[in-house]
Design a protein around this ligand. Structure first.
Ligand SMILES: N[C@@H](CCC(=O)N[C@@H](CS)C(=O)NCC(=O)O)C(=O)O
Length: 360
């Protein structure tokens, strides 16, 4: 009796010639650049480019676990088509010895290449879906490697550059040295709602993968790129501090200092289109105790959580900059020497300089 199997069909456009896309499946150096999902690295790739020849990819997760996958080339028709078997090795999260087949067609289109993949032979729909997520992430990496725009060809951040949360996310990518495209959108606009279910900014698109909420976007940036420069503190105590400040921004600091202080100045809704004084005055009344907590945290060093920059500083710096643009915020900060010292340091960083709000 023939048992049912499941198949996966994917297609993806790359701004690269067919030969180059074809090489991505047979050239070990290029295979190393993309044949594992984001957050992992390929530690070894080999390929014997002939029909019946073997290829193998070994990848490593952040916790050090290694997974191997490999198979044989079944058909090699450069640069239009190739097919190969795909089998996970022992120790991988997929069933060992499960043999599937991958067929790739490469079609020239719009000055680039459309890749069509058919991956067949999955024993369950769940395994097919796991591979779908995996391939989406791998193709994002392939795009990073092939697209003349690099990562900016794949990563689009949706949001208004004036938003402090958008600046936090942009600073995170800049700190990681990862180029992104910024797509200006309005809160709750259809384009934003299509990516972020609550219509808030920023939201990120990595190819077809959507991510909302600034801390999730920073987590994605931190763990997917640049292993050498983590924005998450290494020590548990510092990680806890970091999370404490991120939560404080999301729960109180943004609400007081931006939503009820800066925004009423920027988008006046009071009588005669003037800033609503009652709203502003109430927020100003809450600011000294919040700033005092930050002043205390910055007293012994320039960073909020541990010996170097972390998510926490990326969340806080754009807010402090924003309140300083208005009279009460500027006045309150004159009494906060530790905050001013620490802000002077972070404001020197290219990530801060390159993400400043546009004049007007
Ligand atoms: N918790 C969200 C908050 C994002 C947020 O509130 N962004 C503001 C812009 S700075 C926004 O979209 N505001 C629109 C609104 O409040 O409806 C995050 O961390 O990303």
């Amino acid at each position: 009796m023939k048992t049912e199997t499941f198949e996966l069909k994917l297609s993806r456009f790359f701004r690269a010639p067919r030969e180059r896309v074809y090489d991505a499946f047979v050239n070990p150096e290029l295979m190393s650049a993309w044949q594992c999902p984001r957050g992992m690295v390929v530690v070894e790739a080999s390929a014997d480019e002939r029909v019946g020849g073997a290829y193998r990819v070994q990848m490593r997760a952040r916790d050090g676990t290694r997974f191997g996958v490999g198979g044989q080339y079944v058909e090699l028709n450069r640069p239009a088509r190739l097919s190969y078997t795909w089998t996970w090795e022992a120790g991988s999260p997929m069933p060992e010895g499960m043999q599937t087949l991958i067929e790739i067609d490469l079609v020239e289109r719009d000055g680039g290449t459309e890749l069509r993949m058919l991956h067949t032979g999955f024993p369950t729909a769940e395994l097919r879906d796991n591979h779908h997520h995996g391939w989406d992430s791998c193709f994002n990496r392939l795009n990073d490697a092939l697209d003349p725009q690099g990562t900016a060809g794949t990563l689009t951040l949706l949001g208004n550059p004036i938003s402090t949360y958008v600046r936090t996310a942009r600073m995170g990518f800049a700190e990681k040295g990862v180029a992104i495209k910024l797509q200006p959108v309005k809160p709750h606009s259809p384009e934003l709602l299509a990516v972020h279910p609550f219509g808030r900014m920023p939201a990120l698109l990595d190819g077809e993968t959507a991510i909302g909420e600034t801390s999730a976007i920073l987590r994605f940036a931190d763990e997917s790129f640049g292993y050498g420069t983590l924005l998450t503190p290494g020590r548990v105590a510092d990680r806890v501090q970091c999370e404490q400040w991120v939560s404080a921004v999301n729960s109180y600091l943004y609400d007081t200092m931006i939503r009820r202080y800066v925004l009423p100045y920027l988008f006046p809704k009071g009588e005669g289109n003037q800033p609503d004084r009652a709203v502003i005055d109430q927020a100003v009344g809450e600011m000294p105790s919040q700033l005092a907590a930050l002043e205390k945290a910055y007293t012994s060093r320039d960073w909020l959580a541990g010996p170097r920059l972390s998510f926490a500083d990326l969340f806080v710096a754009p807010i402090l900059y924003a309140i300083e643009q208005f009279p009460e915020g500027r006045r309150l900060l004159t009494d906060m020497p530790a905050i001013r010292r620490a802000q002077a340091v972070i404001r020197q960083r290219p990530s801060f300089v390159s993400t400043g709000p546009q004049p007007g």
